[in-house]
Design a protein around this ligand. Structure first.
Ligand SMILES: O=P(O)(O)OC[C@H]1O[C@H](OP(=O)(O)OP(=O)(O)O)[C@H](O)[C@@H]1O
Length: 248
């Protein structure tokens, strides 16, 4: 399925709220036009920096609320509990997860980027037992590398991850990469198309600039390194085995 055919995740109710967020992000350099290198090493004609919001608590709070409303809708659609605790992809996903955890009384785990070499040497901090379900939280989805790395680390601790909620999908191949390689469902609260639409409505960017961003993501192959691809598939197989044999 082409990425841009994805069903929009936002509703008309939160359209205005999102536009206000777009306004605040633009005013605080949360969206930049220019040449920026991505994690994959590719050069992008734009950059989304939601980290700017940590200095504007009200903005981070509003984004987290829209994210939680989506989690709530997803939860209501399920017959069984969707998760036992939330966990953010470091670093910015951790900020969203902390905000959601505090605002909505959700249990949380903290995933490190690297295991500490002293103390308990844990990769994941918090209270959990193997077999519990984790809902992963991410700020921006590009290639999906960060999510896949986090899923692997969480699964290696014996936890289950079947879903990830992302505030903003750059409309690259990240969603397909995560779903295919990590076997995790990706739920995006907003997409690049929503963001560009908002930026255009304020006349912050020209139609030509919006087109340039769209063309870039349409053609971006969303590279996942071969070693990560291999580990992700091995891990997904291993976890499927556990699902089938031990936790049923
Ligand atoms: O889908 P991907 O290709 O992985 O890109 C998305 C990731 O990139 C950014 O973080 P970054 O890797 O820059 O790290 P940071 O947390 O140190 O800011 C962003 O916050 C996502 O986590």
């Amino acid at each position: 399925m082409p990425v841009n055919d994805q069903k929009p995740c936002q509703t008309l109710d939160n359209d205005n709220e999102f536009n206000q967020i777009v306004y605040d992000l633009w005013m605080n350099e949360g969206f930049l036009i220019g040449d920026y290198m991505l994690k994959t090493g590719q050069m992008s004609p734009f950059y989304i920096n939601l980290r700017r919001s940590i200095s504007i608590p009200n903005l981070l709070g509003r984004m987290s609320r829209l994210m939680y409303e989506q989690i709530d809708r997803l939860t209501n659609d399920r017959t069984e509990p969707m998760y036992d605790m939330i966990c953010g992809v470091p670093y910015m996903g951790l900020m969203f997860a902390t905000c959601i955890s505090q605002q909505y009384n959700q249990k949380m785990l903290m995933l490190r980027k690297e295991a500490k070499q002293y103390g308990t040497k844990e990769m994941i901090e918090g209270i959990y037992r193997p077999g519990q379900r984790v809902l992963l939280i991410e700020d921006v989805l590009s290639s999906g590398t960060s999510i896949i790395e986090s899923v692997i680390a969480i699964r290696q601790c014996g936890l289950i991850v079947d879903d990830v909620v992302v505030f903003l999908d750059r409309n690259e191949r990240g969603k397909q990469n995560v779903e295919h390689l990590a076997n995790v469902r990706v739920h995006c609260t907003f997409t690049l198309n929503h963001l560009l639409h908002g930026l255009r409505s304020f006349d912050f960017i020209t139609e030509q600039q919006a087109d340039c961003c769209r063309s870039f993501v349409d053609l971006n192959p969303g590279i996942i390194s071969d070693p990560l691809r291999k580990i992700a598939l091995q891990c997904a197989d291993m976890i499927q085995h556990h699902h089938n044999n031990e936790w049923k």
